[in-house]
Ligand binder design. Structure first.
Ligand code: MG
Length: 363
């Protein structure tokens, strides 16, 4: 049956990011989209490791799929612990194995799988985000979620912990089913109505994937975007016309643009704020090693961090490579991790000059 499956895939860096941290694999029966997270270049390493780990395995049932995803999680986690510049990396994964008459889907994070069947688009995965959980619990609506400042805050990702919970979904497929996997760079830029229309209108899966990607970039391309379309053989039912009011499309375009810009600004502010409250790093200040809360650097002249703990370790006692790492700031998973980093620094500090400041220093 796999020979009859048609598929297409497209990915784009978008207009804002410096790197495409999305990775994808289409090696029937395996299809997967991974969206890397983490500072510097670690996100693309994590997402690539995830899809490579999957493609190494022979996967023909949901148990094998689940085991392969757990294996990918372990590999990413181990490497992030072993290599300091990859610390804290992680990735989403939404993987689909197309077997005869069914599709096994494994999912962690906020990439998504959709199904177009009987003229309707259905989402098959739940976002493992704070906001996704609130929607599931019925505490906020889908509409509110779309504009929620913390919508992309992941609660689950591959590589973050030694073990991971995976959502497994086994779908009995029907002839003419069209599945679509995507990263959040798609559905945050264009609506599900637009996605449904493209999936309905473009018969060729490659052209459908490409057009989805192009539309997300044209709509702003604020994130990397990846779309993959997988067609089961058979006749597809045309999209049902949407009935009822669509108040959002009645808003004047300019007003909508202003609203979106505002929402994005608020999102950025909220994310920055949340990020500051959750992150730690070890850096240097006035010649001393200091644990900071927040992230290194400043924005519009405002420091993005504040000192949390002084350590009494003089940077002069440290070898040059450590000093230059401190200049940039050494990221920590949490306060405990920051303490470990400081303990390691103490270990390499030169005892002659330690622990008090140099004699010439003014108290
Ligand atoms: Mg993304």
């Amino acid at each position: 049956m796999n020979g009859q499956i048609r598929y297409g895939a497209a990915t784009d860096i978008g207009k804002v990011r410096e790197l495409n941290e999305d990775s994808l694999v289409h090696e029937p029966p395996l299809f997967a989209v991974a969206d890397g997270m983490g500072g510097h270049s670690a996100g693309d390493v994590a997402s690539r490791m995830a899809v490579e780990a999957l493609s190494r395995q022979v996967i023909d049932n949901s148990d094998a799929l689940s085991a392969a995803v757990k294996q990918a999680n372990r590999e990413i986690h181990d490497r992030s612990k072993a290599e300091s510049d990859l610390g804290g990396m992680g990735t989403t994964i939404t993987a689909l194995v197309a077997t005869d008459g069914s599709a096994q889907i494994a999912h962690v994070g906020d990439s998504r799988a959709y199904l177009l069947r009987d003229g309707e688009l259905e989402r098959l995965t739940q976002d493992h985000t704070v906001v996704g959980r609130l929607v599931q619990q019925g505490r906020i609506s889908e509409e509110d979620a779309e504009h929620h400042p913390q919508r992309s805050y992941l609660e689950r990702a591959l590589g973050v912990d030694a073990d991971v919970d995976i959502d497994i979904n086994v779908l009995d497929t029907r002839p003419g089913d069209r599945l679509m996997l995507c990263s959040d760079g798609l559905y945050t830029m264009i609506s599900e109505d637009e996605i449904a229309q493209v999936l309905d209108a473009e018969d060729d899966p490659q052209q459908a994937a490409q057009r989805l990607c192009d539309m997300a970039v044209a709509a702003g391309g604020l994130d990397n975007v990846t779309a993959m379309v997988i067609d089961y053989p058979g006749e597809r039912t045309p999209l049902r016309p949407t009935t009822g009011d669509q108040p959002r499309s009645k808003l004047p375009k300019r007003l909508l643009a202003v609203a979106i810009t505002l929402a994005l600004l608020l999102t950025a502010l909220a994310l920055a704020r949340a990020s500051l409250d959750r992150n730690y790093y070890v850096g240097a200040r006035d010649g001393e090693v200091v644990i900071f809360k927040g992230i290194p650097g400043s924005f519009a002249g405002i420091d993005l961090s504040r000192p949390e703990e002084q350590t009494g370790v003089s940077t002069r006692t440290l070898p040059a490579p450590e000093r230059s790492r401190l200049e940039e700031g050494i990221e920590a998973d949490d306060l405990g991790d920051a303490h470990k980093i400081v303990a390691n620094l103490k270990r390499v500090a030169s005892p002659a000059a330690s622990p008090s400041p140099s004699p010439g220093a003014v108290p």
